[in-house]
Structure formats: structure tokens, C-alpha cells
Ligand binder design. Sequence first.
Ligand code: MG
Length: 247
Amino acid sequence: MIPLKSNKDLENLRVSGKILAHVMGKLQDLIDVGIATSEIDNLAEKLIRKEGAIPAFKGYKGFPASVCISINEEIVHGIPGPRKLKEGDIVSIDLGVNLGGYFTDAAITVSVGRADPKTRKLIQVAKDSLSAGIKQAAVGKHLTDISYSIQNFVERHGFSVVRQFVGHGIGVNLHEEPEIPNFGQAHQGPVLKSGMVLAIEPMVNMGTWESSILENGWTAVTGDGLPSAHFEHTVAVTENGPEILTK
Ligand code: MG
């Protein structure tokens, strides 16, 4: 069963999402050559707590930081540390906010200075594939209409979608039913209803869709070492269409 949120829940999730969007904007401003990923993490935690919220990832299944920061061939779940950003790197920031038990989750990928044209295209296609997926988060659509539209968009542009990680329901827990793959046939799975809240998060690779996990037990990397981009929003399915809570 996919849990449905009440109007009151949605009110709280909007506030949680607003905090997340605010913090994400500040983190994006910090991205520059020479910044250590731990500095981004420290600022994220400080800003989230200042708003009276909790970094949702910190301690989640033992994750040691407040944000996941994944660079270049790292897909997701990169752990912040002393590594400094370099010109031409691409950086994914994945952030979760828990405001009094209301969870939102979002991710962006940005380049440090100027990335090469193909990498910039990868970022744009990943971003636009999220928009394509969000459009399908409408009452009466099937869950996998989201999946199909993301995969179709990405592959049309010559890139691939990660299979190992998927989007998820969210709201009163960080991860809820259902799983939302970024690939597959259209018109499958449950019919979307008003009150569902979904974290839609395409991970798009320049080369192979295959991935593996580093020895730290967390960080996922591409099978061929080529870069990967990740975008995510928390989206409510409403009678008025998809509502992005983390914008
Ligand atoms: Mg997520």
C-alpha cells in the first residue's frame, strides 16, 4: 500500500521542502574550486539545524554525514571529506530534511567552473529527465509512466539510466512505498492518487548504466568510470497536478 498524505501532512511537508530548497541554494553558492566537500557538509548541517530541522541522512543506516556529495564517476552516496573540488568536476549534492517527522529529499548536480560540453549536456539531460518524470506524477497515471518517461528521455539523448538505485515514496519516513525505478515499460504498477508523495530521482550515466559500490560500503560509481549526474525532487500528487515540494 502506498500511504496517502492528509492536507495537514502536506502543509508540513511544504515547510520541510522549503527549508531544503533554501539550504540547497546556499550549498550551490558555496561550490567552487578548492572547496572541500566536508565544508559543504558542515554548512548543510548548520543551516538545517538553524531552521529547527534535522539532517535526515545523518546516521541513517550509519551514514556519517548530512549530505551525500558525489563527484564525477560517483553516482550517489559519496561521503564528504577532505577532497577539494577541481575545475571541471561535476558535483552531485543530495540532501534530506526532517522537520518534526516530515521528510523531504532533493538532489542537484552542478559543474565546478566549466565542464566539457558533453558533461554539461549530461547534466542538462539528467535535469530535464527529472522534469519529464515529474510531469507523469499526476492523478490517474500509472507509477511506471514516471519510470518510462525518464528512461525514454535519457536514452533518446544517448545516455543511460542507473538500475541499482531507484526513487521512493517519502513523507513521514525518508523511504516509503513505492520504489520508483528510472527505467521500464509504461502503464504498469499502481495508479497514482492525490496525496501520494514521491521522491523522483533519475541518476544518469554518460556511458554504461552499470554501477558498483566502493569499499566504504556507500559510494556508488559508474562501471566505466565515466561521469554521472543526479537530480531529485520531492513531489506531491495532487488534484491540481504534480506539486514540487522542494523547489
Ligand atoms: Mg532520495
